[in-house]
Design a protein around this ligand. Structure first.
Ligand SMILES: Nc1nc2c(c(=O)[nH]1)N[C@H]1C(S)=C(S)[C@@H](COP(=O)(O)OP(=O)(O)OC[C@H]3O[C@@H](n4cnc5c(=O)[nH]c(N)nc54)[C@H](O)[C@@H]3O)O[C@H]1N2
Ligand SMILES: Nc1nc2c(c(=O)[nH]1)N[C@H]1C(S)=C(S)[C@@H](COP(=O)(O)OP(=O)(O)OC[C@H]3O[C@@H](n4cnc5c(=O)[nH]c(N)nc54)[C@H](O)[C@@H]3O)O[C@H]1N2
Ligand code: SF4
Ligand SMILES: [Mo]
Length: 870
């Protein structure tokens, strides 16, 4: 058994992984890890399903052909050197990721900023929390998150702003729920959408998108009126810019704020009162705040409220930016953003000189490099001629992603380090380098609360894969810097990183790992999760020249009126059980069950007005491009706003990509794209037939069947394709493997059903209809694993009654909606715990508990309605 850390979100849960034979792992929560105390969400729980070798990149590839490491690395080093020699250091770039370990990150940053001599290294964290970084620096003087998870155990009020915590940081959400159950802490959610995070909240403010500054300024104006502003604290610890209170006061009466935010004055007042009644407030914020064209101001508007009321630096009171990726925070510590240097230093001349001295750098970068959106623009314009992408998938995840694809396609030299063989970005690479994946890697990550945890190697390196730090170090050596990169393992790198944090640091920089500067290899191996900067602002001192924090005047920007040609606003985000571009969660049959296709959620009135019904296929278009989604009317959507998930790529769908839709516009301070609101339209796509195809593993190809709409998910034993299209459907038959065919047809409904049997076992089924219904997929999928073929196969169900359990809600225990509703009605269950007792749902990882609460509420309301009619 090894104790390691979950590679998904920034909660940073401890995992116990025990190898069981060949490339299978038993996964449990680590009871001794302070972040999760033994709990795991659905994604962490199913990590074991993602460590197989299917789809892995196992060898270096040059121009699509297998090559040796020597050849591949020689080529990378030579092309970088030649480009730099000809066009200067700024003609090359690295685009890296919050999913690298700190040690990988440190080495890549050192190579670019200290040796190549350019600031052109940026990370996907630019898309993720750079507005929080910029906001922290403006307010505190340094990018220090002033909160930790123990604050959640002590707070009396949680305000979640632009965060779908129940889905994206589930263990943090469970910890808040525990505080509510134990101590009656209150929960306010501020999100234009009604997400599952709102399910059980004391208050949900479904504000107009982009109106968060008005809301926070309104709250602050109310706090001033109500005497909640801590004047003594302001005097001692905070500098207040001239005119600050005038700006806060402007248009901040209850009615004006309610109008701008489009919520009722009563609801707004309730929020203010909850805030007034509970000094121990933690405000958590995430992408609804950061991913906005005024993201940094939104961050500061939140921090202002906490500084002015003295709700910071005390147990249970803080603004808390929660990080997305497992090592977003570690990336900030090593300075992986183009706008920062290393160890919380930046590009001031003395910092540049200091880091240069420490590294004995031959050519220090002296200025910020290009931020992600600018970087790909420079690739497009030919200013950057060689780019190395590590552990991120920009062809999917960047805004205006088709433009990024064009830029990559035209770039003279593209290197991609990834764990998977076939990614949307990898298709543009001249050289592909096989990286070690989670469970094979060794190093550290830092979570949302600044806690450094070890990721430990549990499985051997497969094929010729290598850790990312090794790949960078070997390249650096080939570029002539072997001695500066002579690391034997991650412990060497970690020590150097810790030494740099302490170097010439007499307390100016709070980020300081002095105690690890000489950590031995054994101590590094055995390192327990450890936090730096405990209660950083407890004494009311901040890392600014005068020791004071700063209020920042923020003004609500004018909210755009709907455009004539693009009347809707597209909001984008995440699903509970998928991670980003699905390269890893997509391997898990269990996780696929929660949402099998990319949906566009739309308010039911809008849907009706636009002639869209549940299950239709719709085209969502923006000035940047268009994608297809399955329509899902949802009461949780405000009118005029639609929501699509970020996860589907060109690998799993013919049209369900979201990333090509947003504008490449960014916040002026942070450079973070405004992913959450893009002017858009939606229209129904006429289809003539709908179908699904189930293929056993061997028959699954890298490409998708020829259909207008095709999505693929992994199922136990193979893959399930959902399909829809127009015209001739016979082309699909070519996708069936060779074997004995059983066919049935119903010409009246234009229905066809085909099963292919190979060696007495089911190898494939295709069910298609033009006007009829398609049966549930579950039973047919299960037949892939059956030892023999059932005669009723083409009926789509088992002989005799086959209960259809509906969509799976509890993925751990495989319990469907209908089973849950049945239990609630028959056993008259009244709370989520009772559902758990009766049928087990929600008792394992707990990620589905908010969904259970919603189903319970809906079932009870329906029952009451029926009762009333009776
Ligand atoms: N399951 C899962 N978990 C994840 C990830 C994943 O891919 N899958 N990714 C991880 C990463 S990298 C990140 S960054 C985090 C992201 O975690 P979150 O930020 O919680 O997730 P999102 O779904 O991107 O967006 C959060 C919410 O912001 C709301 N929002 C949109 N516009 C506004 C606005 O103007 N104001 C306010 N107040 N809210 C608004 C959206 O409606 C959405 O519900 O999740 C991490 N955890
Ligand atoms: N429209 C819209 N777009 C968004 C967002 C949004 O809310 N809306 N959110 C943005 C945010 S917050 C984020 S964080 C990004 C995420 O977007 P990406 O970073 O592009 O998404 P991932 O799928 O996590 O990409 C990680 C890649 O690294 C590979 N990989 C995994 N582990 C390793 C490793 O150890 N080494 C190497 N070399 N490779 C590895 C994976 O196979 C995968 O290809 O998306 C951003 N894009
Ligand atoms: S909350 Fe879930 S995804 Fe996030 S670190 Fe914990 S187990 Fe992993
Ligand atoms: Mo993120």
């Amino acid at each position: 058994m090894s104790r390691t850390t979950c590679p998904y979100c920034g909660v940073g849960c401890g995992v116990r992984a025990t190898p069981l034979g060949d490339r299978t792992l038993k996964i449990e929560g680590d009871a001794d890890h302070p972040a999760n105390r033994g709990k795991l969400c659905s994604k962490g729980t199913h990590l074991g399903e993602t460590v197989g070798l299917g789809g892995r990149l196992l060898h270096p590839m040059i121009a699509g052909k297998r090559a040796s490491w020597d050849k591949a690395l020689d080529l990378v080093a030579r092309r970088l050197q030649e480009t730099i020699a000809k066009h200067g250091p700024d003609s090359v770039a690295f685009y890296i990721s919050g999913q690298l370990l700190t040690e990988d990150y440190y080495v890549a940053n050192k190579l670019m900023k200290g040796f190549i001599g350019s600031g052109n290294i940026d990370t996907n964290s630019r898309l993720c929390m750079s507005s929080a970084v910029a906001g922290h620096v403006r307010a505190f003087g340094e990018d220090v998150v002033p909160a930790g998870y123990d604050d959640l155990d002590q707070a009396d009020l949680f305000v979640l702003v632009g965060s779908n915590t129940a889905w994206c940081h589930p263990i943090v959400y469970q910890r808040m729920q525990a505080a509510r159950e134990k101590r009656g802490a209150k929960l306010v959610v501020i999100d234009p959408r009604r997400t599952e995070t709102c399910e059980d909240a004391d208050l949900h403010l479904a504000i107009r998108p982009g109106s968060d500054v008005a809301l926070m300024n309104g709250l602050l104006a109310h706090a001033l009126r109500a005497g909640l502003v801590d004047l003594a604290y302001l005097e001692a610890s905070v500098s207040v810019p001239q005119g600050f209170w005038d700006i806060v006061g402007q248009g901040s009466d209850l009615w004006s704020v309610a109008r701008i935010c489009d919520v009722s004055p009563e609801q707004l007042l309730r929020f203010y009162e909850l805030f007034a009644a509970h000094p121990r407030t933690v405000t958590l914020f995430s992408q609804g705040i950061n991913q906005a064209l005024r993201g940094t101001d939104q961050v500061n508007a939140i921090i202002n409220v906490h500084l002015a009321t003295g709700r910071i630096g005390k147990a249970g009171a803080a603004p808390f930016s929660i990080t997305g990726q497992p090592n977003a925070m570690g990336g900030r510590e090593v300075g992986g953003l183009a706008s920062t240097l290393a160890a919380h230093m930046d590009f001031t001349p003395d910092h540049v000189a200091r880091v240069g001295r420490f590294w004995s750098a031959p050519r220090m970068a002296t200025k910020s490099g290009l931020k992600a959106v600018e970087m790909f623009r420079a690739v497009e314009e030919g200013r950057i001629k060689a780019i190395w992408v590590m552990a991120t998938n920009p062809a999917v995840s960047m805004p205006d992603a088709n433009r990024v694809r064009d830029a990559l396609a035209a770039c003279p030299f593209v290197v991609v380090s990834d764990v998977m063989a076939d990614t949307d970005t990898g298709r543009f690479a001249h050289v592909r380098l096989p990286a070690a994946a989670w469970a094979e890697k060794d190093g550290t990550v830092t979570n949302s609360e600044r806690r450094i945890s070890r990721q430990r190697q549990v499985l051997p390196l497969p094929g010729e894969t290598k850790p990312d730090w090794w790949i960078v170090k070997e390249t650096a050596a080939r570029m002539g810097w072997a001695s500066a990169f002579a690391y034997e393992g991650p412990a060497d790198i970690y020590r150097e990183h810790a030494r740099l944090s302490a170097y010439e640091n007499r307390g100016e920089r709070l980020f300081n790992l002095r105690r690890h500067a000489a950590i031995g290899n054994h101590a590094y191996e055995a390192m327990e999760p450890t936090r730096w900067g405990r209660l950083p602002f407890a004494h009311g001192r901040f890392p600014t020249p005068d020791g004071k924090a700063r209020l920042v005047s923020t003004v609500q920007a004018a909210l755009p009126e709907p455009l004539k040609d693009w009347p809707l606003t597209l909001n984008t985000g995440r699903y509970r059980d998928q991670w980003h571009t699905m390269t890893r969660t997509g391997l898990s049959p269990k996780l696929a069950r929660h949402r099998e296709e990319p949906l566009v959620e739309i308010n039911p009135d809008d849907a009706e007005r636009l002639g869209l019904k549940e299950g239709d296929i719709a085209r969502v278009a923006t000035p940047q491009g268009q994608s297809l989604f399955r329509v899902q009317p949802s009461e949780g959507q405000r009118r005029g706003e639609i929501f699509t998930p970020i996860h589907w790529t060109g690998r799993q769908s013919t049209g369900g990509r979201t990333g090509l839709l947003p504008r490449p516009l960014t916040d002026p301070h942070s450079g973070q794209p405004g992913f959450k609101s893009t002017p858009a339209t939606i229209e129904k796509v006429e289809i003539e037939w709908r179908a699904f195809l189930i293929l056993r593993g061997e028959a699954v190809a890298a490409t998708l069947p020829p259909a207008l709409w095709a999505t693929r998910i992994t199922v136990s034993g193979g893959a399930l394709y959902e399909l829809a299209g127009t015209g001739d459907d016979k082309l699909l038959d070519g996708w069936l493997p060779a074997g004995a065919r059983v066919e049935a047809a119903d010409p009246a409904r234009g229905s066809r059903r085909i099963a292919v049997i190979v060696d007495d076992r089911l190898a494939a089924v295709l069910f298609l209809t033009r006007t009829g219904e398609l049966p549930g997929r579950d039973w047919l999928i299960a037949q892939l694993d059956a030892p023999q073929v059932t005669p009723t196969l083409l009926a789509g169900r088992a002989p005799g009654a086959q209960p259809d359990c509906g969509p799976v809600i509890c993925v751990c225990l495989d319990i469907g909606l209908k089973t849950i509703v049945g239990a609630i009605v028959e056993q008259e269950l009244t709370d989520v715990a009772a559902i758990g007792k009766a049928i087990g749902a929600g008792t394992n990882c707990g990620s589905c508990r908010p969904a259970l609460a919603r189903i319970l509420a809906e079932t009870v309301t329906n029952a009451e309605k029926i009762h009333a009619v009776e």
